[in-house]
Design a protein around this ligand. Structure first.
Ligand code: G3P
Ligand code: MG
Length: 266
């Protein structure tokens, strides 16, 4: 059994404290490549990043794939709600030109394709479950199903996270063995109650709303805290010194420079 294939919350927290790297690439390496594409993951790897965070939602035919927005408009040449398109339709869209002419032809990757790349690059994953509104449960079900069928047996489970409490509740019920993190974008007074209810191992907080008090309380309790999206080196150092486990960033090189040293390329 993998060290993280445990249902015990304290064990999951211990595993995360030991293994979550100080720097996680946001949507791959979103400053340098089109977000949530395989090119972005490869760029993160080139920069020495060991884990990436990506956003995963469902196509009309219920295939988990990578995309941040509900709509296709900002990051592809498609239009309208992504959940209305089949994976066959999504897979021919251009997800690179909006970012740079040289990225033309980048595709929207399936979760299965991402898993294969991560395995090849020996990288870890924070998988954000990003359901289109109303599809929290089915999105979680499909993602967990793909992970159980395709995630390499020799690798520890990815860290799942979500803003959606419904998705996290479903993940608790069907994937208690996979570590899960609660995403918070606004201050939440009863975050300990929410973690407890959802049996979440970690807290993932917008660094603009995190307080020193929250960071020290969580750290004392042994709860890993991941901060997003931090692209400023001195802010990253401040947060890591205050007890944060990890910085989720669009610009991993900036954060590596600030914290002194890059992770070795494998
Ligand atoms: O998981 C951290 C971060 O990605 C959450 O916000 O909107 O960038 O997905 P967002
Ligand atoms: Mg995200």
């Amino acid at each position: 059994m993998d060290s993280v294939a445990t249902e015990n919350l304290d064990d999951q927290r211990f595993y995360l404290r030991q293994n979550v790297p100080a720097v996680i690439g946001h949507r791959g390496a979103a400053r340098y490549a089109p977000e949530n594409t395989l090119a972005s993951v490869r760029k993160a790897h080139e920069l020495g990043v060991q884990w990436v965070e990506v956003d995963v939602k469902l196509s009309a035919d219920r295939i988990p794939f990578l995309l941040h927005d509900t709509k296709l408009d900002r990051t592809t040449d498609g239009r309208g709600r992504a959940s209305r398109r089949t994976m066959e339709e999504l897979s021919v869209m251009d997800a690179g030109s909006w970012f740079a002419a040289a990225s033309r032809g980048e595709r929207l990757p399936t979760l299965v394709a991402l898993i294969a790349l991560l395995d090849r690059l020996d990288m870890g994953l924070n998988l954000e479950i990003k359901p289109t509104p109303g599809s929290d449960r089915e999105t979680t079900d499909a993602i967990v199903d793909v992970l159980r069928r395709h995630w390499p047996e020799h690798r520890p489970w990815p860290l799942l996270s979500s803003f959606s409490l419904a998705a996290l509740a479903r993940a608790r019920d069907i994937a208690i063995d996979m570590p899960r993190g609660l995403l918070i974008d606004e201050f939440m007074r009863d975050w300990p109650g929410a973690l407890d209810e959802l049996q979440c191992a970690s807290l993932h907080i917008n660094h603009k709303v995190v307080t020193p008090d929250l960071l020290s309380t969580a750290t004392e309790e042994g709860i890993p805290v991941l901060l997003y999206t931090v692209n400023d080196g001195s802010r990253a150092v401040e947060l890591l010194q205050a007890g944060a486990s990890s910085i989720i960033t669009d610009a991993p090189d900036v954060i590596f420079d600030a914290i002194g040293g890059t992770a070795p390329l494998r």
